[in-house]
Write a protein that binds this ligand. Structure first.
Ligand code: ATP
Ligand code: MG
Length: 560
């Protein structure tokens, strides 16, 4: 269901995202330490240089010129090593942590499905699995560490300047860091938000429309709707460009202001240093060392001010990922229930609604092994819904669904799936070989079993005509499998799975009457030790049913 609640506060998202990767937080800490030490070494080169100049100007320095030079060189070399360390840690974070989060999301989805994937949010979930998780990489590898590095470096420089040079200069450095690293980012994050939000909205709108048009290009051509569609693509593209320009201008302005402030604070530090020296409070040598240190310390702080542009997006992604991880499944898998070996099914006074409108208002049905039960009713009356409830895609609102007398909510989910198979109205085929696609229903099936299932589904002869037979990749066929062929492959899967209960949702809606006859005879032959529940509009299909029920306005009636 669409959420209307506000986004979590940024700080909460950050804390939760860090907690999410808990045990791996040490890698982030390593990256931060490497980064901070690296920065300090880079500054060290300059500070030791300044120290040399200070010594030249008569400052008392405990090190010889040679030692100062050696320290500067050492800092330069260490800088390289530490940079490698930081980069290595950041990449490790990027790959390892993202794998951890993907794993968590898939686990969450496994519990949330199938109900979650039945809903219209499929696109959003795919977007999350791809785009949002990529965005989080930015958070872990390029947001937390810059912030921590900036804090560590600024603090170190502050203490160094304070103790070694002058607390007044340290104060100037602190003011600079606070303004550049905190005030400016906050202000620009507020200012950039509207243009960022508008940009992403246009971006999503353009992408969605464009992809949709590519997917539906056949129907566009058939309806001669090309020119109108192209005009709309142009219009959205132009709007997107406008928004891009606006967002770019805002970002450019923000970075310009930051640069200005950096120059300003360097000037302030310099003036303060000169002032202190002239008033006799500070030797020239120390003044140079202090001002050089402050110049250098702004580097990591500037990096923070470049963040807000990304951060809003990162927070939005983080918020969506947290939402999914926290979502309560509409159905929790049962593992401590009962196992059963199907004998009979009884549905009593079942009621169900998706939103508010009830779909099923009073459904009664019985079915046992050796029977074919037919289900008819107008389109949209809830036939597919009933089959899905038998598999507990959703929790029912009221009534009972009893397998051997045990309620569907009390039997183990695995046992339920072992006993009941459904062939839905649309069969999904993976981009693998036909054999792999069938085998997923029974991984250890023999070749004979495989072919036997295909014969029953009246698809064996067709598969033999394919260039590589059972080894033909479905992807290689593109969209060239007809709806009926797909449907029959779905049936073959179900026959191979060989569970006692088979739910068939319109199994013959896309096949001609000859194939329908073959499939129905195969279904009828299975009936001896199976229970088959068959949904169909066709009277000819219903001919093989032992009993037929009809759903009218949510109420089930037995027709014959
Ligand atoms: N995931 C869902 N969320 C909300 N409403 C749904 C969902 N799935 C189906 N519905 C609605 O529930 C009603 C029953 O749908 P269902 O698919 O069970 O009908 P059906 O009898 O199988 O129809 P058909 O013969 O066309 O396949 C319809 O009004 C449909 O729009
Ligand atoms: Mg249906």
């Amino acid at each position: 269901m669409a959420k209307t609640r506000e986004r979590r506060p940024g700080i909460v998202i950050m804390a939760r995202l860090i907690a999410l990767v808990g045990p791996l937080a040490w890698v982030i800490i390593l990256a931060v330490i490497g980064g901070a030490l690296g920065f300090l070494c880079a500054m060290g080169v300059m500070v030791f240089g300044a120290l040399g100049v200070a010594k030249l100007l008569g400052e008392v320095v405990a090190l010889s010129y040679g030692q100062i030079m050696a320290c500067a060189i050492l800092c330069g070399v260490l800088r390289g090593v530490l940079r490698l360390w930081e980069q290595y840690s950041n990449h490790y974070i990027a790959f390892k942590l993202l794998a951890v989060i993907r794993d968590k999301i898939f686990k969450a989805l496994r519990v949330l499905c199938p109900a979650k994937l039945e809903s219209k949010q499929k696109g959003a979930i795919i977007a999350m699995l791809t785009a949002d998780i990529e965005t989080l990489e930015v958070f872990y590898a390029h947001t937390i560490s810059p912030i921590c590095i900036a804090v560590l470096v600024s603090l170190t420089v502050l203490l160094f300047v304070g103790f070694y040079v002058s607390w007044y200069l340290a104060l100037a450095a602190l003011a600079g860091s606070l303004v550049i690293g905190i005030v400016l980012p906050l202000v620009s994050s507020v200012r950039l938000r509207p243009s960022g939000v508008a940009y992403r909205k246009e971006f999503a709108s353009f992408n969605g429309y464009f992809l949709d048009s590519v997917k539906g290009v056949k129907d566009i051509v058939l309806n001669n709707a090309g020119p109108a569609r192209a005009a709309e693509v142009d219009r959205r593209s132009e709007k997107l460009q406008e928004q891009t320009a606006i967002a770019r201008r805002a970002t450019a302005l923000a970075s310009g202001v930051t640069e200005l402030c950096v120059s300003l604070f360097i000037l302030i530090a310099l003036l303060a240093g000169v002032g202190l020296h002239l008033s006799g409070g500070l030797s020239l040598g120390k003044m140079i060392v202090g001002v050089v240190a402050i110049f250098g310390s702004f580097g990591p702080v500037i990096a923070i001010s470049a963040l807000p542009g990304n951060l809003t997006q990162t927070f939005a992604s983080g918020d969506r990922v947290l939402d999914l991880l926290e979502e309560q499944p509409s159905v929790t898998p049962v593992t401590d229930g009962v196992d059963f070996d199907f004998d009979h099914l009884e549905v009593r006074n079942l009621t169900f609604s998706y939103d508010r409108e009830p779909v099923l208002r009073g459904v009664f049905l019985t079915a046992r092994r050796g029977e074919i039960v037919g289900l008819v009713g107008p389109s949209g009356c809830g036939k597919s819904t009933l089959l899905k409830l038998l598999l507990r895609f959703w929790e029912k609102d009221g009534g009972e669904i009893l397998y051997n007398g045990a309620d569907v909510a009390a039997v183990n989910s695995k046992s339920l799936l072992d006993n009941v198979t459904m062939v839905s109205q649309s069969t999904y085929l993976f981009d693998e070989t036909i054999e792999d696609n069938l085998r997923m229903a029974k991984p250890d099936a023999t070749r004979e079993e495989l072919e036997e299932a295909c014969r029953k589904a009246s698809i064996h002869d067709f598969i033999r005509t394919l260039p590589d037979g059972y080894q033909t990749r479905v992807g290689a066929l593109g969209d060239n499998l007809s709806a009926g062929e797909r449907q029959r492959l779905g049936l073959a899967r179900a026959f191979l799975h060989d569970s006692p209960v088979i739910l068939l949702d319109e199994p013959t809606s896309n096949v001609d009457s000859i194939n329908e006859g073959i499939i129905l005879r195969a279904i009828a032959r299975q009936k001896r030790d199976k229970c088959i529940i068959l949904v169909s509009h066709r009277a000819s299909t219903m001919a093989i049913a032992d009993r037929v029920y009809a759903i009218r306005e949510g109420i089930m009636e037995q027709e014959r």
